[in-house]
Design a binder for this molecule. Structure first.
Ligand code: NAP
Length: 190
C-alpha cells in the first residue's frame, strides 16, 4: 500500500477549514486535487464526505471514516464505511488521505504503518474568506510531523497563490510510478 496525504492549508496558521467549508475559492486547487486522485481510492472523514457535492466525487472510490456502523453512504457500490482505521492496514494499492483535520491528524500522528509515505503539501498564501463564520480547523500537528519526519522531494510549484511541495517520509522507499503520477498531475495545469 502507498498512503498519500493531500491537503491545502493556509500559510502561517495551517487552517484548512472554517466550519465545514474550505475558506478560499481557488478552482486550480480543486482541479489539482482532482487530477491527483482521479480514478483512485480516497479516505475521508464523515464531515468532509458530507461536504462533497451530493456526497460523492466522480470516478473515485471513497472510504468514509465514521464511528457510526450504520452510516449510510450515497453510493453503495463505490463508497465504503470504515469504523476502525486499522482495517486500512491491509489496503491493497494507493490510498489518498483527503481530510478533514481529524483524519489528517489520525494518519500523520499514527504508528508508522499508517503514516503517509508521501505528502502533497499545498499552502495558500492569500487571505481567508472573511464572510465565513464558524470555528477554524487547523492541522498544525501534521505540519510539525512533516517538518521532523519528512523530506521535500519536489521543486516548489506556485499557481494562483498556492505553493505546492511534495514530501516523502524519511527512510521510505517510494513507488516511483506513484511519485511520477503525482508530479505530472501537479505540473499539468488546467
Ligand atoms: N483544505 C483542505 O485541504 C481540506 C480537505 C478536506 C477537508 N477540509 C476541511 O476540514 C474540515 C473538516 O475536518 P474535521 O476534522 O472537522 O472533520 P473530518 O475529519 O472530515 O470528519 C470527522 C469525522 O470523522 C470520523 N472519524 C474521525 N476519527 C475517526 C476514527 N478514528 N475512527 C472512525 N471515525 C473517525 C467521525 O465521524 P462520526 O462523527 O460520523 O463518527 C468524525 O466526526 C472542514 O472545514 C473541511 O472543509 C479541508
Amino acid at each position: 500500500m502507498t498512503l498519500i496525504a493531500v491537503w491545502c492549508r493556509h500559510k502561517d496558521d495551517n487552517v484548512i477549514g472554517i466550519g465545514p467549508h474550505i475558506p478560499w475559492h481557488i478552482s486550480s486547487d480543486f482541479k489539482r486535487f482532482k487530477r491527483i486522485t482521479q480514478g483512485a481510492s480516497i479516505v475521508a472523514g464523515q464531515t468532509t464526505y458530507e461536504s462533497f457535492p451530493n456526497r460523492t466525487l466522480p470516478n473515485r472510490k471513497i472510504y468514509v471514516l465514521t464511528f457510526d456502523q450504520n452510516y449510510e453512504v450515497s453510493d453503495k457500490e463505490n463508497h465504503f464505511v470504515v469504523t476502525n482505521i486499522n482495517d486500512l492496514k491491509d489496503f491493497d494499492g494507493t490510498l489518498y488521505i483527503s481530510g478533514g483535520a481529524s483524519v489528517y491528524k489520525l494518519f500523520m500522528t499514527s504508528s508508522s504503518d499508517l503514516m503517509p509515505d508521501i505528502v502533497v503539501d499545498c499552502m495558500y498564501m492569500g487571505d481567508l474568506d472573511p464572510d465565513l463564520k464558524g470555528p477554524k480547523v487547523d492541522i498544525t500537528p501534521c505540519i510539525e510531523a512533516l517538518g521532523v519526519k519528512y523530506r521535500q522531494m519536489s521543486q516548489d510549484y506556485i499557481e494562483d497563490n498556492i505553493l505546492t511541495r511534495v514530501y516523502v517520509k524519511k527512510g521510505d522507499f517510494v513507488d516511483q510510478s506513484v511519485m511520477k503520477h503525482i508530479i505530472t498531475a501537479i505540473e499539468n495545469k488546467g
